[in-house]
Design a protein. Structure first.
Length: 320
């Protein structure tokens, strides 16, 4: 799971810094900030997070005593253990803490629900945890009919996507069909796509709903193409394995039958002798390949069958 963590307060020269001598405070709502690893939380998204770093835990404890509102922002580099202001994106999601559970090892499990997009306008100096002044990022709606058509196209494409991606429960499509708001539809689909953090962040930062739907559709097209190739490869490998297993099973059955008939060892000696003769006899490449092919067929036949007699006679003629 995601482990948001300990941010380092930005240096005094960081642009956008507020509450410093000689500077006017930045405008906007003041919120605690929780940097996230490997996840972008979209509006309307409910997700559990595991928090381990001290400053992040303190931030959660502080907001639990107030209005339970916190800004969730993805880190640019998930491997950064001590992120500074420059290590996190400037657009995040103002979210509500639904549940907080302290675990025996000192970490915290928290359930959050994404609320609205917000942009960081400036940071407030604090030693306890990251705080920032945030400005709202309202959706920019387009033409209603265009958005409705785009929404239907996205839902249809998502239906194809979940048929190939077995990690997504079919029930998600049912809930998706009940969403009427184009913005919520785009964010819900985006949260289920297997995209890189930078790609999801780009979707989060896209205020124009129509553009966001188009980008979501484009990402799904690419993902579907990759999933279709993976499916073809899996099916090809499966067929080859089934063929190999079937041949092995039939050969084992044949050996068992030959053993019951007392034919196994004699047949084995005979084919080994024929193989040695093929190797010793001077033959053209075509003739040698033909002889080895006939020998392979002979090994699958009962020595007492008429077909085996025909093949033996043919090989004797070739090697004489």
């Amino acid at each position: 799971m995601t482990q948001p963590d300990r941010p380092t307060p930005p240096a005094a020269s960081t642009p956008g810094r507020a509450d410093e001598p000689g500077q006017a405070p930045a405008r906007g709502e003041l919120l605690a900030v929780l940097p996230l690893r490997d996840i972008v939380v979209f509006p309307h998204m409910i997700v559990p997070l595991f928090v381990g770093r001290e400053k992040s835990v303190r931030a959660l404890e502080a907001v639990m005593k107030e209005d339970k509102q916190i800004l969730l922002v993805a880190q640019k580099n998930a491997s950064q253990d001590d992120p500074s202001a420059d290590d996190i994106y400037r657009v995040g999601t103002v979210s509500t803490i639904l549940q907080l559970l302290k675990l025996p090892d000192g970490t915290v499990k928290v359930l959050v629900e994404g609320g609205r997009r917000a942009r960081i306008a400036g940071f407030k100096e604090t030693d306890a945890y990251f705080e920032a002044y945030v400005e709202p990022m309202p959706d920019r709606e387009g033409e209603g009919k265009d958005l409705e058509a785009l929404g239907r196209t996205v839902v249809g494409q998502f239906e194809q996507y979940i048929k190939l991606n077995k990690k997504i429960a079919p029930e998600v499509l049912v809930s998706l069909n009940q969403i009427e708001e184009p913005s919520k539809l785009a964010d819900t689909v985006a949260s289920h796509l297997n995209l890189k953090i930078a790609e999801k962040q780009e979707l989060l930062e896209t205020q124009k709903v129509g553009e966001r739907l188009e980008r979501v559709f484009g990402h799904m097209e690419s993902e579907i193409g990759v999933l279709q190739v993976e499916k073809r490869i899996r099916n090809r490998v499966k067929r080859q394995m089934e063929k190999t297993q079937r041949e092995y099973y039939l050969n084992e059955q044949l050996k068992a039958i030959q053993k019951e008939l007392g034919e196994g060892e004699d047949g084995k000696d005979e084919t080994a002798e024929l193989e040695a003769r093929i190797k010793k006899t001077r033959l053209s490449k075509e003739a040698r390949d033909k002889a080895m092919g006939e020998l392979k067929k002979l090994r699958t036949m009962s020595p007492m069958s008429a077909e085996a007699t025909v093949v033996r006679n043919y090989l004797d003629w070739m090697l004489s």
